[in-house]
Design a protein around this ligand. Structure first.
Ligand code: SF4
Ligand code: SF4
Length: 385
């Protein structure tokens, strides 16, 4: 088997199936990443969504019998919508981050990796593979960096010269010994924009993320959102793109190579108010195919309530009162109570006082108190419950 020719053939084939960049890496342990991950664990900077076993995340030989190479792939995704949403005056919308536009990228990349596996298997009898996208053991970014796909930016994204950081990454470990590609030089230089603009200070320093503070992570949590982050959410209902949109390397980068990745603006930027009462079935029908729905509808609804508070949308007061009164989920009742206080008005205040008499859940009561505090701040008479 001439692996040099095979590598060329694979590169050519990858282009024909819509893989925008491909690189090859040695399957040796990711020692630098291992040290980093243990440090992150010690500092409690991890999100908790990742594979728990750091050894497995950094030692390909622990998850694949006698690995010889890792193939890294990247697919570019759009940064701008082709069609814009049309809103009536006063209608407020939330936003899903770009990585949740179009069909769930896990499915798109798995499809490309499967095709690649089939192609290689047709050329090399006995070829073995283990492919993964995001939720696998390996750290996609570490593999992509080693395979020369891009450099690891201070915003913790892989930055490709061609597509900026708007790329999805996936990889496959194989038993075929390909010549590895050369990693890229770090090109962030003295720029520090992403670290400077991060709304929550989650980029502790260039290249180091405290996921527990990152809005992308926080939008995916299911409990009450800590007070200090509610104002920072803005209208983000899933994910955060700020450290990517400010990056000069992303300037002018907007690629529309894959129809599956084209966003439906009504889904990527949905109206907020209808989200408060959306049924499970409707949520699944409308949002089930996007990656941002993986945690179910509760976090999206909680974030929509926070976004309505951010806009001080008084047209939502009636719906928020109903959520505070009737929703069976304490997180939504409580967040609605806080939002009502934030939006203000006598209807909101009356409803909060009524809810204070009726509510049994301690955490929700605490949110009702917080809601009423907003009125106290504006008046001389303190309302106590
Ligand atoms: Fe900060 Fe948002 Fe980037 Fe997270 S995704 S590091 S919150 S800018
Ligand atoms: Fe690097 Fe600047 Fe982009 Fe941050 S904003 S990733 S420092 S180039």
């Amino acid at each position: 088997m001439d692996t040099e020719i095979l590598k060329k053939d694979i590169i050519a084939y990858s282009k024909s199936i819509g893989i925008d960049k491909i690189g090859f890496a040695a399957p040796t342990a990711f020692e630098e990443m291992k040290v980093r991950l243990y440090r992150q664990q010690e500092l409690q900077y991890q999100s908790g969504f990742e594979e728990k076993d750091i050894e497995k995340r950094t030692e390909p030989a622990l998850i694949f019998n006698r690995p010889k190479s890792i193939i890294s792939i990247a697919l570019a995704y759009p940064s701008k919508m082709k069609t814009l949403v049309v809103s009536k005056k006063g209608e407020r919308r939330g936003i899903f981050c770009r990585a949740s536009w179009g069909t769930d990228y896990h499915a798109v990349l798995r499809d490309r990796l499967k095709k690649l596996e089939e192609y290689i298997a047709s050329k090399v009898p006995g070829a073995r593979f283990k492919s993964m996208v995001d939720t696998g053991e390996l750290v996609d970014r570490a593999v992509a960096e080693r395979a020369g796909i891009g450099w690891s930016g201070k915003n913790c994204s892989i930055i490709t010269p061609e597509f900026g950081s708007y790329v999805y990454l996936g990889e496959m470990i194989t038993n075929i010994p390909f010549e590895p590609d050369t990693p890229m030089e770090d090109q962030c230089g003295s720029c520090n924009k992403c670290v400077d603009v991060c709304p929550t200070g989650a980029l502790v320093q260039g290249g180091q993320l405290d996921a527990q503070k990152c809005i992308a992570f926080l939008t995916q949590t299911k409990g009450f959102l800590a007070d200090e982050y509610r104002e920072k959410l803005g209208n983000r209902i899933y994910g955060c793109d700020t450290c990517q949109t400010v990056c000069p390397e992303n300037k002018g980068k907007d690629f529309h190579f894959h129809t599956e990745m084209e966003p439906d603006p009504e889904i990527a930027k949905p109206l907020l108010r209808p989200l408060l009462t959306i049924s499970n079935r409707e949520f699944k029908e409308r949002f089930g195919h996007v990656s941002g729905s993986w945690r179910g509808k509760k976090p999206i609804q909680r974030n929509a309530i926070i976004a309505l508070a951010h806009y001080k949308d008084d047209t939502a007061i009636e719906e928020l009162i109903l959520v505070m009164r009737d929703d069976p989920r304490p997180v939504l009742r409580g967040t609605a109570a806080w939002a009502l206080g934030k939006i203000g008005g006598s209807d909101a205040q009356d409803a909060l006082l009524r809810a204070a008499d009726r509510e049994q859940d301690e955490e929700v009561l605490e949110e009702i108190r917080k809601g009423l505090e907003f009125f106290n701040a504006d008046s001389e008479t303190n309302i106590r419950i």
